[in-house]
Design a protein around this ligand. Structure first.
Ligand SMILES: [Zn+2]
Length: 187
């Protein structure tokens, strides 16, 4: 067969063009882009650009939309199936400054809270490492208090990089006290 290979300027499909089509306006079978079948123009992008309407050289939205839909469904499905799994963070409400929340740590009836920002950094480490010795030391120094799990609070600020938040306690014996707590205890 005579002819030439035309590279579609929009989708890069390699199209074998029979010589009898040379000189005609054709459509790419993959993406629909219109082009002039001319071996002399085939590799000259600038000229091709003039021949191709801009809106037809666009992004393939259908496959992209389909892929996104599949991803969303997968995330939702995995999240439903395993709330503590890799996707659980998508389902936990992220509380931010100004919002009301509750102090709680799963499996504990009391949540340690730090009196100052320096201490809460140690507190986060102690809780994440499950290190009761460090907690006890901080408590003995009067740097932390224990708040009943489920206590209502209002978030004053949230330091994402340190995984800590400054909150005001709204009920119980520590009412109106401002403390620093690990973000993981803010639900
Ligand atoms: Zn194409």
């Amino acid at each position: 067969m005579q002819g030439y290979t035309h590279t579609c300027p929009a989708c890069d499909a390699k199209l074998k063009i029979h010589e009898r089509y040379v000189g005609r306006t054709l459509h790419c079978p993959t993406c629909g882009t219109e082009f002039l079948a001319d071996p002399n123009l085939a590799d000259i992008d600038d000229i091709i650009d003039e021949l191709v309407p801009a809106q037809k050289r666009s992004i393939p939205w259908l496959p992209i939309t389909a892929a996104l839909a599949v991803l969303v469904v997968a995330v939702l499905w995995l999240g439903q199936a395993n709330r503590d799994g890799a996707f659980s963070k998508f389902f936990k409400t992220k509380r931010t400054a100004g919002q009301f929340a509750v102090l709680t740590i799963e499996g504990r009836d009391r949540v340690p809270a730090a009196m100052d920002r320096e201490t809460v950094v140690f507190l986060v480490d102690a809780i994440e490492d499950a290190d009761p010795g460090s907690l006890e030391a901080l408590r003995a120094q009067g740097k932390i208090i224990d708040v009943a799990s489920g206590t209502k609070i209002k978030i004053i600020e949230r330091v994402g990089s340190e995984r800590t938040a400054r909150v005001r306690i709204l009920e119980g014996v520590w009412t109106s006290r401002v403390v620093w707590v690990p973000v993981l205890a803010v639900q």
